[in-house]
Design a protein around this ligand. Sequence first.
Ligand SMILES: Nc1ncnc2c1ncn2[C@@H]1O[C@H](COP(=O)(O)OP(=O)(O)OP(=O)(O)O)[C@@H](O)[C@H]1O
Ligand SMILES: [Mg+2]
Ligand SMILES: [Zn+2]
Length: 427
Amino acid sequence: MPEKKGIQHQCSFCKRVIDVHDQYDMPIFDPNTGFAICKNCVREINRFLDEHDAAAAKSEKKAFADQLDEMLEKNKPHIIKQYLDEYIINQDHAKKVLSVAVYNHYKRMKYGYQNDDGTEIEKSNVIMLGPSGCGKTALLSHLSKLLDIPFAVTDASSLTEAGFVGADVEVAVRNLYYAADKDIEKAEHGIIYLDEFDKIARKSGANNSITADPGHEGVQQALLKMLEGSVVEFTARGQRKHPEAPTIKVDTRNVLFIVGGAFVGIEKIIAKRLQKASSIGFGAEVQGKDEQPKFDELIHQVRPEDLMEYGIIPEIIGRLPVICTLETLDEDALLRILTEPKNAPVKQYEKLLAMDGVKLVFEEDALRAVAQKAIERKTGARSLKGIIEDVMLDIMYEIPKSDAKRKVTITKECITAHEKPRVEEIA
Ligand SMILES: Nc1ncnc2c1ncn2[C@@H]1O[C@H](COP(=O)(O)OP(=O)(O)OP(=O)(O)O)[C@@H](O)[C@H]1O
Ligand SMILES: [Mg+2]
Ligand SMILES: [Zn+2]
């Protein structure tokens, strides 16, 4: 090939004179001023910029990792548990499981930011089971207030498969995004709590031949993708979903999932499995004189196959390696819930009436009666507040009629026989 007659330009950077065969030899050339940069220099500049970007990213990561050190220090399991203890009575096991899960989540984050050797610390998503009103939702909502990372609670029972009336599963991630103040990177390391998780169980069993299941299996499939880690796309709040709507994308690979529910009736599934096992000669754990084994004894023996039988697809169960059960609250526990937590109902009424110059006293018998009533209602601690409210309404109405300093005593009979509380004037 005959050489084209050589045009030559001088690189304004390295000052070399270059034979220019085509524009790639001198990628930058301004004919007006003669300003030029040669191929080598462009490469050099490029490399320099790449190095700079990498270093900047690294120092940004390091800054975050340093912040993580601080977070780790602040969020050691026993510290998290101490905080939960201020609000939630009993449930020590669940508190421990959650504290460790959260602490490990921070560790995993730190590890991810500091190590590039390819080793992975796997996520330990948690599934919580426990009777109604035992503190599942309360635990998680207090936990969410404590943490420095975004934490969003979504009611799984409101989720439906795309196409059904209701919220798509993406809502869970969208809630997290808003909990992270719209910081995508933060959201990608957050925690999602799916409450009422049992409500999306597939309606399995005999009576489910043709009846419509409002997309529960579809919801589970969609949630599975999220649990496995995928890029979830959603529109901003208040924005209707249509093809041209701008979307936000959040990768859930590093999001920790905690799910919880009452799983009403699962004890029967567990009992059946245990019975079967014992009848063919294996461990007779629950068989015996006790005709109706206690719910608590059974629930603590829950296994993944019971959840499957309940109607959760196996792939999801496989993604929830930590199973945590909560206990039924007994009378003593309910009594403590009335008085001990920072936001205990009795404390709240004491404060309210103190503002009217009134000293409120609940007799121990009265509190016990409240607890017993709550047990009868079988909704755990949930009904405590309502029972007290019923008793307190008249007092709250009557007391402000006068400015006199008084003492109000709630007796057992106020609870059991609708007697009026005792009101005395005090000095
Ligand atoms: N262990 C507990 N300690 C203190 N308060 C509790 C406890 N358990 C429940 N409560 C109180 O009772 C109310 C109901 O509890 P919560 O909503 O956590 O129940 P849950 O376990 O989520 O039940 P469900 O399965 O029906 O949703 C809460 O507002 C909380 O204040
Ligand atoms: Mg709940
Ligand atoms: Zn040059």
